[in-house]
Design a protein around this ligand. Structure first.
Ligand SMILES: Nc1ncnc2c1ncn2[C@@H]1O[C@H](COP(=O)(O)OP(=O)(O)OP(=O)(O)O)[C@@H](O)[C@H]1O
Ligand SMILES: [Mg+2]
Length: 351
């Protein structure tokens, strides 16, 4: 008895019935089919997704199996292989290996200070790094890196404007603050902020980076959701201060990232303004804001404390001067952040 041959075109036609809801079209039109291999009754389909830790992957997977069996016969063997855009070198952020979002439950805990110094410490480890300031209400990264008067470059590619980040200290820097006057920020609606954020992520020539650190706005707003749903974030680093109230805000933010649909790994907590050591007796640590709340929270969320950053007057000064303290080699802050950066890398390598 001769076996019926499965033709490639039949497979493609069948796959046109499979919809990728996030983009409201079928996976063939969306150019998500990377490869189709047919061996007798076996059909192997490789499908490219924007990100793999997305429930849509499972839905498409099941739908492909069901549709192919329905159209080509129940006896065929379907093998679906999902791959990410990043693996395939596709997508706007294909050159960026790891996106790390720095988050905080509330404002003013030192999120920007931590983002800036963590980025610098990663750079000092030899990585190619960039920093994106996504905090439209309080963009402080340009000032911290001394590029507040900078203008990102723009060029045209395939009829689209592509932005070029500003570079200082060997770090690529981009901020919503370059495009919005502080007094206008309050008038921006959520959707406008989201659009601007998407442009900074997607329409930017980030080149090849090992780490892109994002200074997120505080709390759990639109940008957090957009980032989590649309971009392959490797992990979240959370900044808090030692007070119990700060911990409560972090808990809320952490829960958002752990929702079933998002599941972005929480890499750990950094406790900022942890303690104070008087310059004349550096071995004494005064825990001005209390102790223990961060450890409690870390235990509850089952994530590590990545480090504790002391209160140091020079941090404020260096922020204003446009040169993160971690750029210098021998101060307490640079040592603390070197350690934090190592732990962040370790956590990512464990994923
Ligand atoms: N470890 C520290 N020691 C001393 N001052 C610090 C420390 N960390 C942050 N600061 C200072 O506290 C202020 C707030 O820090 P930062 O701007 O980093 O916080 P943020 O969480 O990003 O705030 P926002 O919500 O406004 O964006 C700044 O003036 C900064 O210099
Ligand atoms: Mg900030």
């Amino acid at each position: 008895m001769s076996e019926r041959l499965i033709r490639r075109q039949e497979v493609i036609d069948a796959l046109k019935q499979v919809i990728f809801f996030a983009k409201k079209d079928n996976i063939v039109n969306l150019n998500m089919i990377d490869d189709i291999e047919i061996k007798g009754k076996e059909v192997k389909v490789t499908i490219v997704f924007p990100k793999l830790d997305d429930p849509a992957v499972g839905i498409v997977y099941n739908s492909v199996v069901k549709t192919l069996k329905q159209e080509l016969g129940d006896d065929i063997i379907v093998d679906v292989k999902p791959v990410s855009e990043a693996e395939k070198g596709r997508g706007p952020l294909a050159g960026v290996k790891n996106i790390i979002a720095v988050n905080a439950g509330k404002g003013g805990v030192g999120k920007s200070t931590v983002s800036a110094n963590l980025t610098v410490a990663l750079k000092k480890m030899g990585y190619r790094v960039g920093i994106l300031d996504a905090d439209i209400m309080g963009p402080s990264i340009p000032i911290m890196f001394g590029v507040e008067d900078g203008q990102p470059g723009v060029y045209e590619k395939e009829g689209k404007h592509v932005m070029v980040p500003i570079e200082n200290y060997g770090i690529k820097i981009l901020s919503l603050g370059f495009f919005v006057q502080p007094d206008q920020a309050l008038m921006w609606r959520g959707s406008m902020i989201n659009n601007a954020f998407n442009q900074l992520m997607k329409d930017t020539d980030w080149g090849n980076l090992d780490y892109l650190v994002i200074d997120m706005p505080p709390g759990t707003g639109d940008i957090q959701l957009t980032l989590a749903q649309s971009y392959p974030v490797r992990g979240i680093v959370t900044v808090t201060t030692p007070q119990k109230v700060a911990a409560a805000d972090v808990r809320r933010a952490a829960m958002m990232y752990r929702q079933d649909k998002l599941t972005i790994p929480l890499l750990g907590i950094i406790e900022n303004m942890s303690y104070f050591s008087p310059p004349d007796c550096p071995d004494h640590k005064y825990y001005i804001f209390g102790q223990g709340a961060t450890e409690e929270l870390a235990e509850e969320l089952k994530i590590p404390v990545l480090g504790k950053v002391p209160i140091i007057e020079k941090v404020v000064e260096s922020g204003d001067k446009g040169k993160p303290l971690a750029l210098e080699d021998d101060n307490e802050i640079s040592k603390v952040f070197e350690d934090i950066a190592k732990k962040v890398v370790e956590q990512i390598e464990k994923l």
